[in-house]
Design a protein. Structure first.
Length: 97
């Protein structure tokens, strides 16, 4: 996931949370007797807040995995080079026998 997609998704989540908050405040103000609707909207708000937390955790984990993968790739490249060096050394040793 690239930075632009992260920004777009964060923006969408934040905008959705703000819309739910606005609607919830409006319902509480104009329809205070609609306890069922207020409860449902409040639950939706809490779910979206949890979505935001989960998304941030996933993004963080993805970044950690990417760094780890890059480290493994660099180590793999070093090992491939070392194997080639050892193959050359072994070939020279065999030729000298």
């Amino acid at each position: 996931m690239d930075l632009l997609n992260e920004i777009i998704i964060r923006s969408f989540i934040n905008k959705t949370i703000e819309k739910i908050k606005f609607s919830l405040d409006d319902i509480k103000k104009n329809y205070p007797n609609r306890k069922d609707l207020i409860k449902s909207m409040d639950e939706s708000l809490q779910e979206m807040v949890q979505v935001k937390v989960n998304y941030e955790e996933l993004v963080s984990e993805l970044k950690r995995i990417r760094l780890h993968t890059a480290d493994l790739s660099a180590n793999n490249t070093k090992l491939v080079v070392r194997v080639k060096e050892l193959e050359i050394m072994l070939s020279k040793a065999i030729n000298n026998i």
